[in-house]
Design a protein around this ligand. Structure first.
Ligand SMILES: [Zn+2]
Ligand SMILES: [Zn+2]
Length: 748
């Protein structure tokens, strides 16, 4: 520093769990660049890292400061509205600003110095099935002398028709030679692939759609709503909500404005992207999870510089730096995947409302089964509802038959599979007519627990208080909450009894049962196990769309967004899997799941039918889903979330404080301290505005080796919660070990 100009200082946020940023001196040469929102390279803890300037009006610090080393960008990475949004998220959810910015800026742009542009290109051998063996008989013949080859073949099939050789061999505990044998036999081919295929490149553009009168009315209603009033586009399944969004967005992109379209990750299918590309061409940046770091950074800058105007993607695309942002669409707004499970624990739907307000953009929430939170905002006039009451082509919603599993006759030899004669007859008729069937069972694996018939002990995960799930092909016990797996023991670990009993139906066993019962049918299964490799779920859906699959078995993954006109039967094999979980949203989730999957039936001229099997046929969630009626569900459910029942959102605001520790007593102690502090804060500072429940053990009392206790805090006015969350975060570091989850989507 040669001249005597007064030194200036900047507060720089880094992706670290600390409450405030770090202070650095701004060198003269960087005075123009080191402004709020700009990325800067700074020395920290003996390394260099990319941080973000959050303010520059910092008073002279009392301690020695170091200098900012450089500022890589000619213009600030974040404009003022996005920086303000990050501050809001940090305050509202009680997350450090540095960790919040980690969600706002993609990985390579923030924190990690020098790793930007790292590609994810890999070269690997991939095996692809070239000959289908549609019937059980053909299969028996082909693999009569090679059961391992059959195992491999069926695993590839379950993975959507192709899989990396290395990964497959490791997972199945077979040698590469077994897989090579499939090629020798003419059933598959093996080739070297140098790059992961992007399913979104080279898509054919669909023909321009023709709007229905209903859709045109909805567009006019949306465009006629004042900009500052969010719109709920409430359309029944199959009513063509996407066309409405796209038309609204098209108008504003033509004017040179920008937009964001959020979709649940699972719904980001090639069909969706093809439709969006069909309208916006090269104006659109698709921010999917398969992008490499470098591709993600490129897409981010293209939006920041305005060479692309529309961002499409899951949750985090909400923070895309779109210029002249004039509309945000949150498709399937009821989806719990919009809530982030790690710090910052933000809900993209709720933050979208804040961003829309900050930037003067229109917000459109879309759903066939809107959340009760959004319906409550409609009821008090904060959100305007626009309806699409009918399916395209005036097709009726499919009739739903509720089958009482307590009394309905079952087919013989079904074992633990609740396969009723009613469901059997519908499936058989559809297959005979060469129509397609979807079977929903929201539990993966073969059996959901293994139990000793003598002493009753259930095999649990050593790190989580959760029963281990039995998987087959290869046979192994797996924890669905952590990575733990173990072989199936031959004797009971508690009493030494030599036999083990399996219970609880999972999708693998259902698939196995259906294969035996309908040997000529071609099956596919879609759950987390079959979709772990990239794009596997797209490949499964492509096969289903082509008609190469007759029966699609799956978990909640198959409930969303699928539009296949030849599906005439949808069976919900056991609607009760999530109904009795200790969570106030259990009924709402069950309603949404059943109503959504029911909406997959009857989308073509042949019509359709839904069979819902349940032991609770009179439960309001099941009854309302059978009528495809959100109103009926809300009318029955909302009173249950108000006094004299325990109050829950949307009647009150809720936050959850979760204490975790290696020892049970420590977790309990942490939660007790939090509860005491909250009760005191409520009495002393907030006039008793909070209701504090607990501490109590979480329903999942142990997870990944850590014991868990929680405290629930409710307030009629969300501002009281904001104050207490802020005060908590500003407190001593001893409050580490407690996670604050505001507006939690799960209480397990
Ligand atoms: Zn035993
Ligand atoms: Zn576990």
């Amino acid at each position: 520093m040669s001249r005597e100009a007064p030194a200036r200082f900047a507060e720089v946020a880094l992706p670290l769990p600390v409450a405030t940023g770090f202070i650095y001196r701004i060198p003269e040469a960087l005075a123009q660049r080191a402004v709020p929102g700009a990325r800067v390279l700074v020395p920290v803890r003996g390394r260099r890292a990319l941080g973000l300037v959050v303010r520059t009006d910092v008073p002279l610090p009392e301690y020695d400061t170091r200098e900012i080393l450089s500022a890589p960008d000619a213009e600030p990475a974040l404009g003022e509205p996005l920086l303000e949004l990050a501050r809001w998220v940090s305050r509202y959810y009680g997350a450090p600003l540095g960790l919040t910015l980690r969600s706002v800026l993609p990985g390579p742009l923030f924190g990690a110095a020098g790793s930007a542009g790292k590609g994810a290109e890999v070269s690997e051998r991939v095996v692809t099935i070239t000959r289908a063996l549609p019937s059980l008989l053909e299969r028996e013949r082909a693999f009569a002398r090679s059961p391992k080859r059959r195992l491999a073949y069926e695993a590839i099939e379950a993975l959507g028709g192709s899989a990396p050789v290395r990964q497959l061999a490791e997972r199945l505990h077979v040698t590469d030679a077994v897989i090579a044998g499939l090629a020798t036999q003419g059933l598959a081919r093996i080739e070297r692939v140098t790059r992961t295929r992007d399913p979104f490149s080279g898509l054919a553009t669909p023909p321009p759609p023709v709007l229905t009168d209903d859709q045109r009315r909805a567009i006019l209603a949306i465009e006629g709503t004042p900009l500052d009033r969010p719109v709920l586009l409430h359309g029944v399944t199959g009513s063509g909500k996407t066309l409405v969004y796209l038309e609204v967005l098209r108008t504003l992109v033509e004017r040179g404005d920008g937009a964001i379209l959020l979709v649940p990750e699972i719904a980001l299918t090639p069909q969706t992207v093809a439709r969006v590309r069909g309208v916006f061409g090269d104006q659109v940046a698709v921010l999917h999870s398969g992008l490499s770091d470098g591709e993600r950074a490129d897409a981010w800058w293209a939006l920041r510089r305005g060479t692309r105007r529309v961002a499409v993607g899951p949750r985090s695309a909400l923070f895309a730096p779109v210029l002249r942002l004039r509309a945000i669409v949150v498709d399937e707004e009821h989806e719990s995947s919009y809530k982030q499970g790690t710090t910052p624990r933000y809900h993209a739907r709720d933050v979208a409302q804040v961003r829309a307000r900050l930037e003067g953009a229109r917000l459109i929430l879309g759903s066939a089964t809107p959340s009760l939170e959004t319906l409550a905002q409609v009821a008090d006039g904060r959100v305007v509802e626009v309806g699409l009451p009918e399916r395209v082509g005036a097709r009726p919603l499919p009739p739903v038959e509720v089958v009482d599993l307590r009394s309905a006759p079952r087919v013989e030899n079904a074992g633990i599979v609740p396969w009723t004669e009613a469901l059997d007859a519908r499936v058989r008729a559809a297959l005979d007519a060469r129509e397609q069937v979807i079977l929903l069972l929201n539990r993966r694996g073969f059996s959901t627990f293994v139990q000793c018939p003598k002493c009753g002990v259930v095999v649990e995960c050593p790190s989580c208080s959760i029963a281990l799930t039995l998987h087959r092909g290869p046979e192994v016990l797996r924890c669905h909450y952590c990575a733990h797996q173990e072989p199936v023991a031959e004797t009971c670990g508690a009493c030494g009894n030599p036999t083990q009993r399996m219970g609880g139906l999972g999708t693998q066993q259902l698939e196995h049962f259906v294969a035996l019962r309908f040997p000529a049918a071609r099956l596919a299964r879609m759950d987390l196990d079959t979709t772990s490799s990239k794009w596997a779920h797209h490949r499964i859906l492509e096969r289903f769309a082509r008609g190469d699959v007759d029966v699609l078995v799956g978990t909640q993954m198959i409930a969303k967004g699928l539009d296949f006109p030849n599906v005439t039967v949808v069976g919900v094999v056991d609607a009760d899997t999530g109904l009795h979980l200790p969570d106030f949203r259990a009924a709402e989730r069950t309603f949404q799941l059943v109503a959504q999957v029911a909406g997959r039936a009857g989308r073509g001229p042949k019509g359709g039918r839904v069979i819902v099997q349940t032991r609770s046929p009179d439960h309001h969630a099941i009854r309302a889903a059978a009528r495809h009626s959100v109103r009926a569900f809300a009318e029955a459910e909302l009173p249950l979330r108000r006094p004299p029942h325990p109050a829950y959102p949307p009647t009150v605001s809720l936050a959850r404080f979760v204490a975790t520790a290696g020892q049970a007593a420590q977790a309990e102690e942490g939660a007790r301290r939090a509860a005491d502090w909250l009760r005191r804060a409520s009495a002393e500072r907030l006039g008793g505005a909070l209701t504090v429940l607990g501490p109590a053990p979480c329903p999942i009392a142990r997870l990944k080796g850590r014991w868990r206790w929680h405290v629930l805090v409710k307030a009629a006015d969300g501002r009281a919660l904001s104050r207490v969350v802020r005060a908590w975060r500003a407190g001593p570091r001893g409050r580490g070990g407690v996670v604050v989850d505001r507006d939690p989507v799960s209480l397990l």
